[in-house]
Design a protein around this ligand. Structure first.
Ligand code: XMP
Length: 517
């Protein structure tokens, strides 16, 4: 293993913050490798992992609550730098003898922060800077060993450092974009306090992964399912770079894909990467299994089952296959702090290529499990994948089946595909494709009256959906410009046969979901 990557490891202790992942991303943006671990990771295990620094996240608790999450206090004896954020600061200060009190009102929102010590943690930060607060408790007195580094009008101790130990605390959140100079503060912690140089680079990651994959796989073959999405494409590209002809890619064309998707996969992997690509044309099999089915959950079940059958049958044609590659990403991996299994044990694995059951009998290879989505995109670009694949919006396993409401027929799918590609084209042309997290058309089995030329029409409706979201658990509808919507609507009605009305979905999630079924 290349020692240079993990030798700059930072551990992020998760005290239940909604921002733990965001802190991790900000650290990675400084080219420093980091992992999120449970808040109670024992000091002994921390010492084994030998991180350059530790960040305590915020959290919803108060340090005075009986069951408030604690850390192993022996961590402070290791001499490893610690940065506590919000709850993390309160816990660090309380453990080391500071006094934490409750505010009368929760402080939430922006505050003007005055820097009192402009070296170390606050080097290159303006003397007066805007920060984002979200807390109930705050450190009220710093008798003894803590020194204040910054203050706001309502929070006299907005940042601290310990006099003799490398322990720092921030009452505000440096990781959120509402703290404009937060990344400088984090960078200062990583560089000035922890001594990191920023060795986590994509090229180093690629070299390290290739070495690891070669060692793990030996001379066996690896099956990699392609879905048309970015995660499986990047997984395949990395495997192809590492072990070339030992990879067999399986792409199941279920007849429920977007316009041009199957061609893009073929062109990229067969023509460009010269991969051993097995395209299984299972369109008829899926469509006949879905005939007459209108219930969304039923559709999903059928598609999942047929997918497994088709994939399994194809996998049996690949001799010496011992491994199955999956595009599991870091956010899908929950860290566990048990000493026996270390901080990186998977307790939840996400299957992006439709849920493939364990009984298939393969060993799993997950080369992206340390990466965030934006890192996967960068990796894809470095590996030579086309932009259109790298920046593709996510697409559900059941595909257009959950966007073609009611019964699915080849005609309806053709109508939906046509409308969808027009909408996506308008988004691309206007630069809005990358500004939305997911966008698509939905075909509603609802006819309404229209006029075209001299005639009356009675045709289907297309709904357009575009959302902004970071995690897909909640989402807001995208405020697309009116003229973009107008162009999409006109083009769809003029060109897509059987559609005379276009509507735009302005529901957020919750209570609506992103998909319509
Ligand atoms: P919802 O509709 O639940 O979607 O708000 C959240 C995200 O999940 C995707 N999605 C699916 N992905 N199989 C998948 O692989 C599914 O059955 C499925 N249903 C929804 C959806 O596209 C969105 O990104």
């Amino acid at each position: 293993m290349n020692p240079s990557l993990e030798s700059e490891r930072i551990l992020i202790f998760d005290f239940g913050s909604q921002y733990a992942q965001l802190i991790a991303r900000r650290v990675r943006e400084q080219n420093v490798f980091c992992q999120i671990v449970r808040h109670d990771l024992p000091a002994k295990r921390v010492a084994e992992l030998a991180p350059k620094g530790i960040i305590f996240s915020g959290g919803p608790s108060s340090v005075y609550e009986p069951n408030a999450p604690q850390c192993d206090p022996a961590i402070f004896e290791l001499g490893i730098p610690v940065l506590g954020i919000c709850y993390g600061m309160q816990l660090a200060c309380q453990t080391l003898g500071g006094k934490v009190g409750r505010n009368h009102a929760r402080e939430y929102g922006r505050a003007d922060c005055r820097v009192l010590e402009s070296t170390g943690l606050f080097e290159n930060v303006d003397a007066s800077t805007v920060v984002w607060m979200s807390h109930g408790d705050q450190v009220q007195a710093i008798e003894g060993d803590f020194l204040p580094l910054a203050e706001t009008d309502t929070c006299p101790i907005a940042a601290v450092r310990h006099r003799t130990r490398p322990v720092y605390g921030l009452q505000f959140h440096p990781e959120v974009s509402h703290t404009p100079q937060g990344s400088i503060v984090l960078r200062n912690f990583l560089r000035n306090v922890c001594g990191c140089q920023g060795l986590w680079k994509m090229q180093t990651f690629i070299e390290r992964s290739i070495e690891d994959l070669k060692t793990r796989v030996g001379t066996s073959r690896v099956i990699c399912g392609l879905s048309g999405g970015v995660d499986s494409a990047v997984t395949a590209a990395l495997l192809l770079r590492a072990i070339g002809h030992q990879v067999a890619c399986i792409f199941v064309d279920n007849g429920l894909l977007r316009e041009g998707e199957s061609d893009l996969v073929r062109k990229t992997f067969r023509d460009w990467f010269r991969a051993d690509l097995h395209v299984v044309d299972a369109k008829d099999r899926f469509l006949s299994a879905l005939k007459g089915v209108t219930d969304p959950q039923q559709k999903r079940k059928i598609i999942g089952k047929v997918f497994i059958d088709v994939f399994k049958a194809e996998a049996q044609h690949i001799p010496d296959a011992r491994f199955l590659a999956q595009g599991t990403l870091y956010p899908d991996v929950i860290e566990s702090g048990g000493a026996a299994d270390g901080p990186a044990a998977t307790i939840k694995t996400h299957h992006n290529v439709g849920g493939l059951p364990k009984e298939l009998g393969f060993e799993l290879v997950e080369p992206l499990r340390d990466l965030f989505k934006d890192e996967v995109r960068r990796l894809g670009t470095e590996l030579g994948l086309p932009e259109s694949l790298v920046w593709r919006h996510p697409f559900p396993g059941p595909g257009l089946a959950v966007r073609c409401l009611g019964e699915i027929t080849p005609e309806k799918l053709a109508t939906l595909r046509h409308a969808d590609v027009i909408f996506l084209d308008e988004l691309e042309r206007s630069g809005w494709y990358r500004r939305t997290a997911q966008a698509f058309a939905v075909l509603l089995p609802v006819q309404s009256v229209g006029v075209m030329g001299d005639g009356r029409t009675y045709e289907d409706t297309i709904a357009l959906r575009a959302v902004q979201t970071d995690d897909f658990m909640t989402a807001d509808w995208s405020r697309l410009p009116e003229d973009l919507l107008a162009r999409a609507s006109t083009r769809i009605i003029n060109n897509v046969k059987g559609v005379n009305r276009v509507v735009y979905d302005i529901s957020s999630k919750p209570p609506a979901t992103i998909e319509w079924e």
